[in-house]
Design a binder for this molecule. Sequence first.
Ligand SMILES: [Zn+2]
Ligand SMILES: [Zn+2]
Ligand SMILES: [Zn+2]
Length: 274
Amino acid sequence: MKLRFVGTGDSAQVPRFGCSCAACERARVLSSHRRGPCCAEVRVDGQRYLLDAGRSDLAASCERERPAAILLTHYHADHVQGLFHLRWGMGEPIPVYGPKDAHGCADLYRHPGVLAFQPGLKPFRALRLEGVEAIPVPLSHSKPTLGYCLDDGGTRLAYLTDTCGLPAETERFLRGWRPDAVVLDATHPAGYAEPRNHNTVPMALEIIERLAPRQAWLTHLSHAVDAELMSVHLSLPPGVALAQDGLECELAWPRPGSVAENMPWRVAMATRDG
Ligand SMILES: [Zn+2]
Ligand SMILES: [Zn+2]
Ligand SMILES: [Zn+2]
């Protein structure tokens, strides 16, 4: 399974409009530090699946390669705004899966165009797609939100954003499911008072410690997290990293018992384009 982080920012993105903090100023100069709307894509068996659809160039990217399906975590604008352009496209319908949400976002349901919205997914009920199984798990957010537990038969990836903590039943499920890799919301820096809809970095690290994956990435990051990391030396635990826009990872771990079992996981940095 190949995972690509397309966008790793919160809804304000980095740089944040009008902000002159160190992280925003750096991102204006160095494009590698920019963070776009939070979304990712997964490749399995030649199929391309999109996790969320907030990127502004979504239609162009789908024109280069049509996705087999789009999996939405929820209907906040930063996760679906790319659909408003894409829907007026042509050709075969693109299946769109997501949580049961009567309102969706603006008039997407009323004028779906080329988007084939599927009935709202039932939590913990596996969705079988070509080459991969996706188990939706409820998250704790201000709108109905699902994380996705993806299993290609060899590797297990849990993609969990947006969320503040994890609902007890989701954490119970994840502990039993034992993901190899976890991607988790860590929108706010440590000192953020009263987080309600998103994790702080320490909250995310506690969840990761309990789930004990081989590798974890923090995503949906605000400029404040980047600014904090620039001012204090915060070392993340082994196996935990900040996601970056354009980061591409081949998720593959040797099966238990094989000679290469103790080899480190493979992560390849890719170019930002493509
Ligand atoms: Zn968001
Ligand atoms: Zn800033
Ligand atoms: Zn949200």
